[in-house]
Design a protein around this ligand. Sequence first.
Ligand code: ZN
Length: 275
Amino acid sequence: MKGQITKILSNLYFVTSDNKEYECHSRGRFRNDNITPVVGDYVIFDDKDNYILEIEPRLNNLDRPLVSNITQALIVTSVKSPNFSTNLLDKLLVVCECNKIKPVICFTKLDLLNKKETSEIKEYIKYYKKIGYKVLTNKNLFRLKKVFKNNTTVFTGQTGAGKSSLLNKLDKTLELETGEISKALGRGKHTTRHVELHSLFNGKVLDTPGFSDVDTSCYSKEQIRDAFIEFSKYNCPFKDCFHVKEKECTVKENVEKGNILKSRYENYIKFLNSK
Ligand code: ZN
């Protein structure tokens, strides 16, 4: 049978298949690929002996938290208190693109903005939508609930953006373990905690926020460039152009013309230079 590992407790692997849970054992490392099963893995298992036989090839795997096959990230982005950070949002988008994770941007705290700030944020929303991203706000609960279907989703975004309150609004039975909560409970750094995938709206959601230490320096310059998905639309005539120095670079031209958001280009240059 095929299933997905949703939880690991010492040597016990909890595998769900067709909404049923099986407690399985593993043979340890798998001979051929020398890997150990992690939460998120799709596995072939024997449902009579409850043994994991095979791990399917992974779409991706993250180190912190240790999890595989994340298909979607809900980037919870506050627009005020903490202020909107284009840098962090673009960084998270790069991490998603480099790991084949579909990002969904969810803006929060829009009600704290004045008129001028609201129209500024609306311009950003328009731009991120234009280049192809799904952009929602925490008021779109109905639409938000739909994005989970058939996905394995991780919540991410800045501390204080409202990740846990958003998840609680979506489903009161779930508790997303966020930095804020851990602090409030006075939990120490050394508390080891397992990660777990929960079922939510016909999909799965990870109970721990992902990419807590965002770092783009592990990606190549090419990967960072290609993660800015709108650049390729401008058909830069220079082969392998990094859109930095070349005079007739069409990406630079379109930044000047205002077709590419200035903050996007500036963040791109920052990430490139941090290499
Ligand atoms: Zn160029």
